[in-house]
Design a protein around this ligand. Structure first.
Ligand SMILES: Cc1cc2nc3c(=O)[nH]c(=O)nc-3n(C[C@H](O)[C@H](O)[C@H](O)COP(=O)(O)OP(=O)(O)OC[C@H]3O[C@@H](n4cnc5c(N)ncnc54)[C@H](O)[C@@H]3O)c2cc1C
Length: 317
């Protein structure tokens, strides 16, 4: 176990934003430490990725392996443990402690810990993720081209948008929400929704179980408040009930949080409200388009800001 090792920048996460930040940081030739327990982030579990430029139709896991190989080639120090705490010290640096007890003192920190998708908490949900269960309609809708039926669960804009998008691919789309009406929908979306003939809206409806076999999901059982239980055959289900940014460390550092989205507030340089702390990817309010390409792009920008902070800190020392 290291005791207060020194590094210039510590990057928390092993997803697209973090690996991209590490790549740029190493190329600036500053001492870079990448920390995280779970390889690849959401991209690695996202199944087929069809929209990452230059890598058509690549499995998400394979794409992240390419990110990793590029970073490993630069001999980047990688510690297989999550970041547990960060605290500013009297030298204006940051003391970081990892879950395994490893300690670092660094000049810049890049937070790229992503978000925790909200789940339905139903049996087989995890097992069938990527096998009929998806948490991202923007990403996976084209995989359902000409399929008979899919469902979107949720009552917010993401769910309504997802249903509209999926209606262009699948023959029939069920939009299922447990509430009596959609949650603060944009009027334009509701207009399109109501005009789209292949979307069936099921309000006041709960999903009681996922149905399927070793090949994955093939249906659901629903419970309508006035009409009892029903089974629906489906090729896929999209769970669009939100995602929670991982805010434990941002809250320790009392970073400014975007009140509307609950995400870490950043500017165009990926600066957070605390000098020396940068954030990138799905954790932040940097863009509404939460994708691998935007996370990677923000990681690169965060690395430049972190590097400039290291230079300025060293020039003052
Ligand atoms: C099912 C699904 C399919 C998708 N398909 C596509 C697609 O086709 N195309 C596309 O562009 N995008 C797709 N996305 C979106 C894309 O995966 C995300 O936008 C992208 O992964 C965000 O990258 P990130 O690095 O910000 O966060 P993440 O990928 O979530 O990575 C966060 C990382 O931080 C780690 N971490 C968490 N806590 C800590 C801690 N305390 N210390 C250190 N590390 C920590 C996590 O384990 C993880 O490795 C999909 C998402 C899902 C869920």
């Amino acid at each position: 176990m290291n005791d207060n090792s020194k590094s210039d920048v510590l990057i928390a996460g092993l997803g697209a934003a973090a690996y991209s930040a590490a790549l740029y940081s190493k190329r600036y030739q500053i001492k870079t430490t990448l920390v995280g327990e779970e390889f690849g982030g959401e991209t690695a579990i996202g199944g087929l990725i069809e929209n990452y430029p230059g890598q058509p139709d690549i499995d998400g896991f394979d794409l992240m392996m390419k990110f990793k190989q590029q970073v490993d080639k630069l001999q980047t120090e990688t510690i297989n443990s999550n970041l547990k705490s960060v605290k500013k010290n009297i030298n204006g640096k940051f003391n970081c402690i990892l879950d395994d007890g490893t300690k670092y003192e660094v000049i810049s920190v890049i937070l790229a810990m992503g978000r925790e998708r909200r789940k339905l908490d139903l049996e087989n949900e995890e097992e069938w993720t990527g096998m009929g269960v998806s948490y991202c309609s923007t990403c996976d809708a084209p995989l359902y081209k000409n399929k008979e039926a899919v469902a979107v669960v949720g009552g917010g804009n993401a769910a309504v948008e997802g249903a509209i998008l999926l209606s262009k691919y699948a023959k029939k789309v069920y939009l299922i929400y447990r509430g009596k009406s959609f949650f603060r929908p944009e009027p334009i979306l509701l207009n399109i929704l109501n005009k789209t003939e292949n979307i069936v809206i099921l309000l006041e409806t709960e999903i009681s179980s996922l149905l399927g076999d070793i090949n994955g999901l093939n249906g659901i059982q629903i419970n309508k408040s006035f009409d009892g239980d029903h089974e629906i055959f489906l090729d896929g289900i999209f769970v669009e009930i939100g995602a929670d940014p991982r805010l434990e460390i941002p809250n320790q550092l009392q970073l400014q949080i975007n009140k509307e989205t609950g995400e870490v507030q950043v500017d165009k340089h990926q600066n957070t409200s605390q000098p020396g702390i940068y954030a990138a990817g799905d954790l932040t309010d940097g863009t509404d388009l939460k994708q691998t390409i935007t996370a990677a792009s923000q990681g690169a920008i965060a690395a430049l800001s972190a590097y400039q902070n290291v230079l300025s800190h060293k020039s003052r020392a």
